[in-house]
Structures are given as C-alpha cells and as structure tokens.
Ligand binder design. Structure first.
Ligand code: GCB
Length: 569
C-alpha cells in the first residue's frame, strides 16, 4: 500500500519489549510463542517481560551502549487490542526494518522481508483476535555477502525497526495503488492508473482535482486495474514553484487523497531539462543520519533539519545516499522545492553473478518505485553506486535492472554511478560501457583527496564513452576535522579545513572544463558515522567529508560551495 498518511492508521510506534540474542537461540526456543511458565518448575529460558525496552522507530545501536557496534539478532515484541468490524481489513505495515526480518503474529509466522530501506506489509484481517494480539519481530542486521548492500560499506549499520510501524484499516475493497504523473515529454497530459484490491475489484473510479475543477471517471477491469489519461493546464512543479495539487480518488467504498505535483523531466543531448528548460543540478549528498543526535534519522523533524541545511547551501536537489530514505524526507523535500535523486543500496561489493542477489535487486527496485512513483520531486532513479568490477555479470545484471526500471517508470531519468574511470595526464576517461544504458553519466571522483591532481584543475581534459549524455559529478570532496587549521596546506593528509577548502576551489575550477556537465553533488552534507573510519584523532568512527561537522558547524568549504551555487543562478 502507498501513501500511508492518507489512510486510517493506528500507530504501533513507542516502547517495544526486546530480547537481545547474539547467539541466535531464539529460533530454538521459539520466542514467537512467548511462553510463560505455568508452575515454578517450568524453566522457560527467555521472557520479553522485565527485559530491555527499546523505542520504535529508532535504531537499536544508539539506545544502549552494549549495542553500539552490535550486528546481530534482536527480537521485538508489542501487544495491542483492536476492534475490527466485519466489513473491514487490517494490515500490519513497516516503514523499514534493517536488515533481515521475520514477523510473527499471535504465534504464527506472517512472513519475512529482506532489505533495510523499503516498506513491507502483511494482511492480518483473518488473524486478529478481539482480545490481546501479539507481534514478535526478529531483526537481524548482520551484514551478509549476498545482501544489498553487501559486506563492505562506508556508513553506519544502524539495525532495528528504524521506521514507523502502523496498522492500516481499509474497506473490503480498497484503492491499493495508483500512479498519477505526467506522461513522458508532456507538460499537460497525465498517464496513469488505479488499482483496486478486494472482493469487488471491478468498480467505478472517480479522480478529481478540485483546484482545477477536474473530474475523470474510469472503471477498473477484472484484475482491479484502470488506466487513467487526461489533459489539464497545470502550474508545473519546480524548485522555484513547488506546487502540489490535492488529488482525490474515489472508488465504491474507498476514498484516498494525495498531494501531487506535475513536472516533466528529460534530457536533451547533454542537458537535463525540467519543464522544457535546461537546469543545472545543484545537489548535495545526504545520509539518513542525524549527526547532532548521533543516531539514524527517522522523523519529519529530522528531515526538516537536514533539508533546511540543503536549502541554506543553495541546493535545488538532494541525492539520498545510498538507499531510499524515509518518506518524510521525500515528501518534505518535494514541498521545499528540492529535486530528489533516489538510489538503491547496490553499493560496491555486490555479488552480481548470484541469481538470488539479482532477484533482490529487482524486488528492491519495485518496492522503491512503488512507494515513491507519485513524487514529482524525484527526477532520478540511481540503480547502483561504485560497482568496482568490470565484469560481464555486473553489466548483465545492471542492464537488466535498468530495463526493468524503465518498464516500471518510463518518466524519470536513470543513472549508475561509476568511480573507476581513468585519470591519467590530467585527463578523465569516462569509458565504462555501462553508461550507454543509462540517461545520465554519474562520476564519483576524489581528486585532491584519494588521487592527487595531475595538472592544473583548469587544464583538465575529458574523454567519454558517450558524449551525447549529461554528466553529473555525483561525489567529490575530502575530509576536514572541524576547527582543525594547524596542518600545512600542502600535506596530503592535512585534515584541516583549509585543505578541504582548497579541494573545493580546485574542483570548482575543474567543473568548467567539462563541456557536458549538468550538475554537481559534493560528498557530503554532514560528517557521518562509519565503522571503517578509524583515525584516532580526526575520525574516531566518523567520515569527516561533511561540509558541516557532526554538530552542524559550517566548515570553510561550505562557504565556497554556497558561493558557487549562488553563482549558478
Ligand atoms: C565514495 C562512496 C561513499 C564514501 C565516499 C568516501 O565514493 O560512494 O559512500 O563514503 O566515497 O568518503 O570515501
């Protein structure tokens, strides 16, 4: 189901009872049965009562010191009462749980879900009882080789029930999903569909946009599906005009409303074109983390802070690195006039040759697009970041994935991010053949940090495998420890704000040398936690490439970037 905020919800957020299970004994004891000893000599070796209590939503690592670096199993339990009328249905919905989840309801396995950043749900209509009901969730955030992401990644592995949990009540037949967006290349024609789920799936549907005095009537077919097509004169969504319309969709028994924007995004040669006009993407990378709270971000309040910083920097786009963030981020960015780059966690060490991994990629793509396809702010689907190996299996898997992406959503642009381009004689060689299959060529490069400059930034040259597409520098930057000014500027491991500032100045000079450049995206908004950043003075578990420190303090490079974005108006 999509667009939860418009549905009849009962939040299950709050305190959950937990059992921390480092040895994985819960399956043996069947924790989901939640047995209680009946007599004194019943030795039940577990209990959810009197144990640790954790907040949901929230990562578990930052709630108890013992869990700081924990990667393993935690069992969660919540009980609730619910009076479900006979003509209604009930669903248990998780915004996201990281990483592998088994969900039990009243002692029975409802199902499992893999992947830490996309929503999932189970129907419990026929399982709910009038008395107390119990949900037991087994969460395992252990990194796995055949996972997405795989074993090695440069961000903190926050485990647990990290996003909202809700009960959703619906009528017997309800509007399960819909897609309402402008047709590719059109400024005034909507091409979409509505889907009904339930016993009466062939129903009359009315879609209205009150502000435009527009009503469209269709009927769903025997599969519950109805295409929708209509024309209207829209005030188009853009960063300068983040206009959203209230849309109402009505079926026989159900009504749902949404706030939807309309815009048209396409490429024209090396330009990215929004509503018919070329746009330069002034972006910033953001992780789903609140550095000031030193925890995973999960609320609208967190999103407000992060996105306000992006606005203050002068951005018109955010890259939600390196996985789909919570819906608050997406919806608020849309309201604030920030375009969005949304990404799958297909990151660095993925086992592309493994068929199961390919199936997971496919499923995550579907879950991401299902949730966010009506958000006009999203202009780019990024299907992978830094796929190291030029293997046939990588190419085949990602080509298949991008084709699937285009089938699911033909309206947005696609990209794959590469960081293994050549850089010799002060010349970038963007020759990865994978670029041929995507709309945008995205390059991560850390010249001045991981790789030294090989000439003057202003003399940089470029070679392309495909010079008919827009290029985005999707990451660049370097580390600086806030307040550190003492190191000499020419020292490679300077860690000083001046050193980082110089990297930004050089990069900005270099941008002009790329004739196809359509956008840039510094790495990254804030310093962020990473278990692989171990320098005892400057890092201590933090990647320091933020333009802001972990406390939100502005480093010198912030001002350089802000000035550059101002000049790009
Ligand atoms: C990259 C990755 C990003 C890392 C960054 C770094 O290329 O995409 O996830 O955090 O470099 O700091 O090395």
């Amino acid at each position: 189901m999509i667009n939860l905020s418009a549905r009849k919800l009962t939040s299950l957020n709050g305190k959950w009872n937990t059992i921390i299970d480092p040895n994985g004994v819960g399956d043996f004891h069947k924790f989901w049965e939640d047995r209680k000893p009946e007599k004194k000599t019943d030795f039940v070796e577990y209990s959810f009562e009197n144990g640790d209590v954790l907040n949901v939503p929230s990562d578990f690592n930052t709630q108890m010191t013992e869990l700081t670096y924990y990667e393993g199993i935690v069992w969660y339990k919540k009980t609730f009462k619910y009076d479900l009328k006979t003509n209604k249905r009930l669903f248990l919905h998780f915004g996201a749980v990281n990483y592998l989840t088994d969900v039990y309801f009243n002692g029975k396995l409802l199902g499992t879900h893999e992947g830490g950043f996309t929503p999932f749900q189970f129907e419990i209509t026929n399982l709910i009882s009038n008395s107390e009901n119990s949900i037991v969730v087994k969460v395992n955030n252990k990194k796995v080789k055949e996972g997405i992401p795989s074993e090695g990644y440069d961000w903190f592995n926050y485990g647990g029930i990290t996003r909202d949990v809700n009960l959703i009540e619906t009528p017997q037949s309800f509007i399960e999903d819909y897609s309402i967006q402008l047709k590719k290349n059109s400024n005034n024609e909507v091409l979409g569909w509505v889907k009904i789920d339930g016993t009466t799936i062939s129903q009359k549907i009315k879609l209205s946009i009150p502000e435009l005095k527009l009503n469209v009537k269709v009927k769903t077919n025997d599969s519950g599906y109805a295409p929708i097509q209509f024309k209207a004169k829209f005030n188009l969504w853009s960063p300068g005009n983040p206009k959203l319309y209230r849309i109402e969709i009505q079926s026989g028994l159900d009504t749902i409303s949404d706030e939807i924007g309309f815009r048209n995004i396409e490429t024209n040669g090396t330009k990215i074109v929004l509503n018919g006009k070329p746009v330069f993407l002034k972006a910033i990378n953001i992780h789903e983390e609140m550095p000031t709270r030193v925890a995973k971000a999960y609320s609208e309040k967190d999103a407000e802070v992060l996105l306000n910083w992006a606005k203050e920097l002068g951005c018109n786009m955010v890259r939600l690195a390196h996985y789909p963030h919570n819906e608050y981020m997406v919806k608020l960015a849309e309201k604030k006039g920030l375009m969005i780059w949304e990404e799958l966690p297909v990151y660095q060490h993925i086992e592309f040759s493994n068929e199961k991994v390919q199936q997971k990629m496919d499923l995550m793509l579907k879950e991401m697009i299902k949730r966010d396809k009506n958000r006009s702010a999203i202009i780019i689907w990024s299907l992978s970041n830094e796929t190291y190996h030029f293997t046939k299996s990588r190419d085949e898997a990602l080509i298949k994935l991008v084709k699937q992406c285009k089938i699911l959503d033909s309206t947005r642009l696609t990209t794959t991010v590469i960081s293994t381009q050549g850089y010799t004689n002060n010349t970038f060689d963007l020759s990865d053949p994978l670029y041929n299959y995507f709309d945008i060529i995205s390059v991560n490069e850390y010249i001045g940090w991981y790789t030294p400059w090989q000439g003057l930034p202003k003399d940089t040259k470029w070679k392309f495998v495909n010079d008919t597409k827009p290029v985005i520098i999707s990451e660049f930057g370097g580390e600086a420890f806030y307040g550190s000014t003492k190191q000499p500027k020419d020292e490679a491991s300077g860690w000083s704000e001046e050193y980082q500032e110089q990297i930004y100045k050089d990069q900005i000079e270099m941008f002009d040398t790329n004739p196809n450049l359509a956008g840039v995206c510094p790495w990254i908004l804030c310093d962020f936690r990473s278990q692989s950043r171990l320098h005892p003075i400057y890092q201590r578990g933090w990647n320091r490439k933020g333009l802001l420190s972990d406390k939100g303090e502005k480093k010198k490079a912030w001002y350089v970037m802000k000035e550059f974005y101002k000049s790009k108006n």
